[in-house]
Design a binder for this molecule. Structure first.
Ligand SMILES: Cc1cc2nc3c(=O)[nH]c(=O)nc-3n(C[C@H](O)[C@H](O)[C@H](O)COP(=O)(O)OP(=O)(O)OC[C@H]3O[C@@H](n4cnc5c(N)ncnc54)[C@H](O)[C@@H]3O)c2cc1C
Length: 335
């Protein structure tokens, strides 16, 4: 049984993270963002709260993860209308929680859902929103957020003028840590006159057939860029990944070309990765890409241009044609 708390009696001034639960499954990127937020909470002496919108508690598949999380408290809003993700209703519910609990900060993982909700809420509350933050710290009692900017060529440090401080945090920018004590679990009771209605109607639900990528936690990544020349060559990376037990990553242009799905994009507009080994085939190493992989332990670059930035930052560089080297590797390793 959860302790029930009326909407108007929620505690105030907390650091709040959005706990994204979709179809009964907690998206673990919500746990990633708790790691920096816990530190911030400690420094500012504020409670860390995870807010989850669900239709039923018993259907949550990974409730254990929530129990082990760094949050001090978990607040659930439970209503059958929250079964499907419908932005307008979800945003309205979160706006009510923010208005009532006046958090110091409210943060979202930069998932598709997080990136859809955060601007709606910021717009409704007329407050600022910082997108794709990849570092957070406290200075002079304020939260300082960092993200690449100006064509992603410099790192901007931002302080919000409005409260709650709001941001989406890049996927993979932080790793998941677990807490010592189980968080206090509460159910927020909304006023009886709250209308649980959305303007959106879900007519059909087609589950995504492919398994979601595990890029942000992969130990080995084989990534491809424009130097692979075409989709057919790019597909060979999947064969190599299969042999190496790796995940496939990509640069933005090849995702936009349709060679591979966008969820494999590494960089400021995609996922931040930190594998033990990163192998880049035909990737120049633009800052927008490298901010997403610079923490890899061992970087191998394959490029025809020995002056390419990724070649310069690599631990090992192979100067040559990416397609030929990929073919040779596949021939050798598949024996
Ligand atoms: C706001 C903004 C956000 C962005 N976000 C991202 C992001 O999140 N992630 C991202 O990746 N990019 C992002 N970009 C794009 C980024 O600036 C670069 O354009 C992109 O990373 C370059 O991709 P690439 O290395 O595949 O292509 P290119 O820069 O065209 O590089 C291709 C490389 O392949 C080499 N090459 C050519 N032929 C061969 C061959 N036969 N064999 C081997 N090597 C060869 C070339 O020497 C070159 O180094 C963003 C850009 C902007 C403006």
């Amino acid at each position: 049984m959860l302790e029930k708390v009326e909407l108007e009696n929620l505690s105030k001034g907390n650091i709040v993270a959005y706990g994204e639960i979709y179809r009964g499954e907690l998206n673990t990127s919500s746990l990633e963002i708790l790691s920096p937020l816990k530190e911030i909470g400690k420094t500012l002496n504020k409670k860390l709260v995870l807010v989850c919108l669900i239709d039923s508690l018993k259907d949550i598949k990974n409730l254990e993860e929530i129990r082990k999380s760094l949050a001090d408290e978990v607040w659930f809003v439970i209503n059958e209308e929250l079964k499907d993700f419908r932005e307008d209703l979800y945003a309205e519910v979160l706006v009510k929680i923010i208005e009532s609990s006046q958090p110091y900060g409210f943060f979202f993982p930069a998932t598709k859902i997080g990136m859809s909700l955060a601007p709606r809420i910021a717009g409704a509350l007329n407050i600022g929103l910082c997108a794709h933050v990849n570092s957070l710290e406290v200075k002079d009692n304020q939260i300082v957020m960092a993200r690449p900017t100006y064509g992603e060529n410099i790192i901007a440090k931002l302080i919000s003028k409005s409260t709650p401080v709001m941001a989406t945090i890049s996927l993979g920018a932080f790793s998941i840590k677990y807490g010592i004590e189980e968080p206090l679990m509460k159910e927020i009771v909304f006023p009886k006159d709250f209308v649980w209605k959305s303007k959106l109607k879900i007519r059909n639900f087609t589950p995504f057939k492919k398994k979601p990528t595990k890029l942000s936690t992969a130990k080995v990544i084989v990534a491809g860029g424009r130097g692979l020349k075409n989709k057919e060559n790019f597909q060979k990376l999947f064969e190599l990944a299969e042999i190496l037990g790796a995940e496939v990553g990509a640069t933005r242009p090849v995702c936009y070309e349709g060679w591979v799905e966008e969820e494999r994009m590494i960089g400021i507009s995609g996922v931040i990765v930190r594998p033990k080994v990163y192998i880049g085939f035909g990737i120049s190493g633009a800052l927008q890409h490298t901010v997403g992989m610079e923490n890899s332990e061992y970087i191998i670059a394959i490029n025809t241009d020995k002056e390419a930035p990724l070649v310069k930052m690599a631990n090992l560089a192979l100067i040559g044609d990416a397609e030929k080297i990929l073919d040779l590797l596949l021939k050798k390793l598949s024996k």
